[in-house]
Structures are given as C-alpha cells and as structure tokens.
Design a protein around this ligand. Structure first.
Ligand SMILES: *Cc1c(COP(=O)(O)O)cnc(C)c1O
Length: 391
C-alpha cells in the first residue's frame, strides 16, 4: 500500500501533516506534554469542568451504582434511568419539549440530517459549518447548497429558488468553531418562516457559554420557533462527553425510530450522563465559572484590540489569528510551543485554503497572569511573522 506513504509525504511537504501530542495528566488550563508545562490555549473546555471534582464524583457514584458499560443499544435494553433524566434536564435547560442523547456531536449530526432529508430535499449550509454537518448532508443524499459565510442575501436567493424541493433545511453552527463568530439566528429563523424551511443549529460551542445564563445562542437571540431543531455537545463547555438533539416530542419519537446513529450503537455509559447532569447543575446554579470565562474573554479581546490586532466584536472564547499560509501557521504555533504556550495551528481541510490560523480558545480556568504572559508572547511572535490582523 505505497499510496499511504506517498500521501503522508505529500501532507508533510505541504505542511498539512497532523500528529498527535500526548497530554500527561488531566485537562486543565496548564497541561503537561513531554514532561513540560504549557498554558493550554487550544481546548474547548470553556468552563474548566473536564477535571472538576463535582463531575468526577457523580460519575464515580454512577459507576458504583450502575456499572460501566451499558451492554446494548437504547432500543434493545440499554436505555437507563440516567439517560432519561439527562434528556428531561436538557430539554428544560434548552426550553424545548423533548431531547435525545447521542454518543457524540459528530454522530448526532450524522444521524439527524439523513433522518430528515433525502434525495428530494435541499440543505442550505453556511460555508464555514463544521465538517460533521457537511458529512451528514452528503450521507443524506439531499442537495447541498452552500452559501457564503453568514450571507443572508445569498441564503434568501437560494430559498427563492428552492420551492420545487419537498423539504428545505437551513443548517448552521451557532458559534462557528474555527472563527468564533455568531450566526445571525434571528434572521435565519425569520427567513425559514417566510420560505417554509426548517432550521437546524449546532450549538457545540455555544452551550454553556453564550446567552445570559449559558443556554446558548437561542438564549442570546431569544429564539423560539416550531421550525427550530437544535443539537449540542456535552463534551465542550460541559466538560463531559456525548451530545443531544432538542425539538418537539414528535421529532424525538421520530428520531428514536429513524436516526441510525441512535439505533445502531451501544448507549452512552451512564457515568457520563451523571457527569453531564452535574455540569448542568453547575451551569444553572453557579455562575462563577461563566463569569470567570466572560471576564477572560473581555480582557483578552480588549488587550488584543488595544495592541492593534483587529478582531471581531463577538464575545466568544474562540479567537482566530489569521496567518494564511499553512507552513507559516505551523511555525507560529511551534515558536509559541517553545515558549510554553500551546495553541494549535488550524489548517486545511479544517479551514478553507489560504486561511490557516492559530485558533486561541479561552477558558474560565485561565488566570489573568497566564493570559498576560500569553498575550505578550503571542504579540511579539506575531510581529516577527508579520501577522497583525485577525478574521
Ligand atoms: C465539536 C463539534 C462537533 C462534534 O461534537 P463531538 O461531541 O465532539 O463529537 C459538532 N459540531 C461542531 C460545530 C463542533 O465544534
């Protein structure tokens, strides 16, 4: 199989080879790699809950009570009390009638879109949507019409030309994973109402982070529509693992019957449901982490701006520093790594050609001292690389 080596050599030559860095010890604001400490500016552990004692204790309790594995899919005999409790809790947290838990965000997206759309349907997808949405549409065999990033005029003109389809679905990240900006959900829902379409939003980076109390972009925009279906993960801000889809109770009944990534997979271990419930308790009753995160976001974004770096006004923890060239982005990341800062270079195919970047993510667990240290190092290194603007 010579093609494997050939392809790897080509990736390396193009600065697109990906390699694993092994983290020793738990996921914290500082992590250990090769025995050295790094300030971690790459994680989606926004509320710093991945190693939180409250989540761990709930998980351990659940393991002691219910065991580790579930032994079967939900529909066979793997549906447990904690799955049900978590689903009720998510639905009420998100303000939907019903919710269904999936084993990951990737599999939730791959299950949902093919369950709703087929050959006679069209899915409108923002150009910068997460790979799992694109893969899901391809799997569904529906037409995939990609509109320029957050371009509502383009979306409307697509909708006008799509009356012949059986169903029209607009799919969008609510916080874009590599750009950190928000989709104009109010306008998207408005267009859906006018052109008889459904809206599917992916709140992977919004849940626990955006909106007054961390309920996501639907809280930020105050959106409530019968046309809305939402997906989110339990693995990012909530520090646990798994994902969910929210909607009407008929949608959830339908998915139990039709969503292949729900039907043909062993159910999520209930220890993770217990941890997610503990995380939701924290988000709902203890604003400390969210306030800490917001403080860090405002501090870091304002500091960048006051030093002449152009960044968007969005108050999300994802801050891209646009580099352009993949090789240069990789070198930028390596220079920071040498200085004790871990920021991943994001390169194609994760982002479009020519938009390689450093993707900085902030968490509640970073101290101001850490962030000041990072700011100085990032800015002096960025100057050496001739990078002064962001997307
Ligand atoms: C991370 C992510 C997913 C996948 O979620 P997992 O639970 O990690 O599989 C889906 N959509 C978006 C926008 C994401 O950022």
């Amino acid at each position: 199989m010579d093609f494997l080596q050939d392809e790897l050599i080509k990736l390396k030559h193009d600065s697109l080879l990906r390699e694993l860095k092994l983290v020793q010890g738990p996921q914290e604001a500082k992590i250990t790699i090769d025995g050295r400490f790094f300030i971690n500016l790459s994680s989606n552990n926004y509320l710093g809950l991945c190693n939180d004692a409250r989540l761990k204790n709930h998980a351990i309790e659940a393991i002691n009570k219910y065991g580790l594995g579930v032994g079967a899919s939900r529909l066979v005999c793997g549906s447990m009390m904690l799955h049900n409790e978590l689903e009720k809790r998510i639905a009420s947290f998100k303000g939907f009638e019903s919710a269904l838990v999936f084993n990951s965000g990737y599999s939730a997206n791959l299950s949902l879109i093919p369950a709703l759309a087929g050959r006679d349907d069209v899915v409108f997808s923002d150009r910068l949507n997460h790979a799992s949405i694109i893969d899901a549409v391809i799997l569904s065999r529906a037409k995939l019409w990609r509109y320029p990033h957050v371009d509502m005029q383009a979306l409307e003109s697509f909708l006008k030309r799509a009356k012949r389809f059986r169903r029209r679905i607009i799919a969008t990240d609510s916080v874009f994973s590599m750009d950190g900006d928000l989709a104009p959900l109010d306008k998207i829902v408005d267009l859906a109402e006018r052109y008889d379409a459904y809206v599917f939003i992916d709140e992977a980076h919004a849940t626990g982070v955006i909106g007054k109390s961390g309920r996501g972009a639907i809280e930020h925009f105050v959106i409530d529509s019968r046309r809305l279906i939402e997906m989110g993960t339990l693995s990012k801000a909530l520090g646990s693992f798994g994902a969910y889809i929210c909607g009407s109770s008929s949608l959830i009944d339908y998915l139990v019957n039709k969503a292949r990534g729900f039907i043909y997979t062993t159910a999520l271990p209930v220890s993770l449901c217990a941890a997610s419930l503990a995380a939701l308790d924290i988000v709902e009753n203890d604003a400390y982490s969210l306030n800490q995160l917001r403080d860090n976001i405002v501090f870091f974004r304002q500091s960048l701006r006051s030093r002449g770096v152009k960044i968007s006004d969005d108050l999300t923890p994802i801050i891209p520093l646009l580099v352009g060239d993949a090789k240069k982005a990789l070198e930028f990341s390596e220079r920071l790594f040498e200085q004790g800062i871990f920021v991943q270079a994001i390169r194609p195919p994760t982002v479009p050609e020519g938009t390689s970047r450093l993707r900085i993510t902030l968490t509640a667990a970073h101290t101001k001292r850490d962030l000041k240290f990072c700011l100085d190092k990032i800015l002096t290194t960025a100057k050496k690389f001739g990078i002064i603007t962001s997307v």
